[in-house]
Design a protein around this ligand. Structure first.
Ligand code: SF4
Ligand code: FES
Length: 235
């Protein structure tokens, strides 16, 4: 355990825990957009910025990807921290003014939002889909196009690697803006414009998972495909 302070309160924090985890343990409200507790933090949106003093020296840092260290004196609502979060929110709103999740979160941070007749579904580059695909599903079908040696695009965007996608739909589930759309008809699922054939449950006949996803589970978990022929409800 390490001893830290949050908003003047002494806290025994777990070694390796993040500032955000400890803030949340104290039930202090802190906005987050690119954070998910199951994923490695990314520090993209900067909406969780706090002020931290260590050995008397203060600096701003994002709470979601910063691990605690002994003696940290963390302030969540200092003028500097509040101003920095508001600035991050203004930038987000400037770029994605019609996206609902952005509008909701920036309003909470004091940014004036004008009414809009349309609802956008922009990709806000939060990276939740890429991290879910790589770290949870383990297939790496999504990546940032501007990262790495081959970066040559003006605006970063998500690249879909069709050959790796198994159609599980996790990216659509986790995407906070609705940018990732998944369509379903009886025996087909379409995601990122790739069409997947769905498998029907041997017992109830309901289409329940893409064949490619079942083949992937069979391969990686070394379970015969025949054992994956029923839906969750019929198992
Ligand atoms: S597609 Fe959705 S989840 Fe992926 S980076 Fe864009 S907004 Fe985030
Ligand atoms: S939630 Fe911490 S930077 Fe986005």
């Amino acid at each position: 355990m390490v001893k830290i302070k949050i908003d003047g309160k002494s806290v025994q924090a777990k070694e390796g825990s993040t500032i955000l985890q400890n803030i949340r343990d104290l039930r202090i409200d802190m906005p987050t957009l690119c954070y998910h507790e199951e994923l490695i933090p990314f520090g993209a949106c900067r909406l969780c910025t706090v002020e931290v003093k260590t050995n008397g020296k203060g600096q701003l840092t994002t709470a979601c990807d910063c691990q605690v260290a002994a003696g940290m004196d963390i302030t969540t609502a200092s003028d500097k921290a509040v101003e920095s979060r508001k600035l991050a929110a203004e930038l987000l709103y400037y770029k994605y003014p019609t996206t609902r999740v952005v509008r909701e979160i920036v309003q909470k941070l004091g940014v004036a939002v004008t009414p809009t007749a349309v609802e956008g579904h922009d990709c806000i580059l939060c990276g939740l889909c890429t991290r879910t695909c790589k770290d949870i599903v383990g297939v790496c079908a999504l990546k940032f196009q501007d990262r790495g040696l081959d970066r040559n695009v003006e605006e970063p965007k998500i690249e879909f690697i069709s050959a790796n996608c198994i159609g599980c739909g996790s990216c659509a589930y986790v995407c906070p803006t609705g940018f990732v759309q998944m369509e379903a008809t009886d025996d087909k699922r379409i995601i990122w414009n790739k069409v997947f054939k769905m498998a029907a449950c041997d017992t109830c006949g309901r289409y329940f998972a893409p064949v490619e996803q079942l083949e992937y589970i069979s391969r990686t978990a070394e379970v015969p495909l025949s054992k994956l022929s029923t839906c969750v409800s019929c198992r």
